[in-house]
Design a protein. Structure first.
Length: 75
């Protein structure tokens, strides 16, 4: 699904979990970990962009994703 040159856009109605799925995928890629039914082959760098969500909300959701993967987030 993703390669070293992938650019991905998720599109759906508001409130369906696009950000949370995208964060899960981004964390898994950055950590080299499996996510849902996708298998990771190695760690890779990830750039996560969200131009609409307020900073405090994306920070809160990122900390939630840290908990999913057992990594320490900076509050």
């Amino acid at each position: 699904m993703f390669s070293t040159s992938s650019i991905t856009l998720l599109s759906a109605d508001t409130g369906l979990g696009k950000t949370m799925v995208a964060l899960g995928i981004a964390f898994a890629i950055a950590l080299g970990r499996d996510f849902l039914h996708w298998r990771a082959r190695r760690k890779a760098r990830v750039l996560f962009l969200d131009g609409e969500m307020p900073t405090d909300l994306i920070k809160e959701r990122s900390l939630t994703a840290c908990g999913w993967f057992g990594v320490e987030g900076r509050g």
